[in-house]
Design a protein around this ligand. Structure first.
Ligand SMILES: O=c1ccn([C@H]2C[C@H](O)[C@@H](COP(=O)(O)OP(=O)(O)OP(=O)(O)O)O2)c(=O)[nH]1
Length: 147
């Protein structure tokens, strides 16, 4: 269990605190802290503020992910999905909303625009080597085994 601190910024004072999906879940929905609404034209993308900033243990990162309902109904996704929120980032969490739909999408204030999922990060040690081990896959990739 990790403690994640959420700070509401002045732009979201009147909005509810994002709700954890369940007491044990690893994430919550992000609310759009736009002034009233923001229009995203078809094919366009824009940065949507969420009105919160975070503090989490350094073993974690948070990932900004699309909501499947918005994707299915409106073609709305996150351009950089999953967006990465670094543990040492203290700025406002923002969402790059991409409209892949055929119609303009209106982001309304307080709407659940994306979801944030926390992930434990492995510790790695990088090392340069001259050779890598051999495997049966070798260099095959990008569909080389067929459909
Ligand atoms: O969807 C996103 C992605 C990133 N960020 C914030 C938090 C993250 O810690 C910071 C930097 O993100 P990232 O490392 O993806 O961006 P970069 O383009 O590599 O910028 P930087 O040079 O600031 O690391 O921007 C968001 O608020 N939302």
């Amino acid at each position: 269990m990790y403690d994640v601190k959420i700070r509401k910024l002045p732009s979201s004072k009147d909005l509810p605190l994002p709700k954890q999906m369940s007491a044990s879940s690893a994430g919550f929905d992000l609310l759009a802290a736009v002034k009233e609404e923001m229009v995203v034209a078809p094919g366009d993308w824009t940065l949507i503020p969420t009105g919160i900033s975070l503090e989490m243990p350094e073993q974690l990162e948070a990932q900004v992910r699309p909501r499947s309902g918005l994707a299915l109904k409106h073609g709305i996704t996150m351009l950089n999905s999953p967006g990465t929120i670094d543990a040492d980032y203290r700025g406002e969490v923002k969402v790059i909303v991409h409209n892949l739909g055929r119609e303009s999408f209106v982001v309304k204030r307080g709407e659940r625009i994306a979801q944030l999922v926390f992930q434990e990060l492995p510790k790695i040690r990088m090392m340069e080597v001259a050779e890598l081990s051999t495997t049966s896959r070798g260099e095959g990739g990008f569909g080389h085994t067929g459909k």
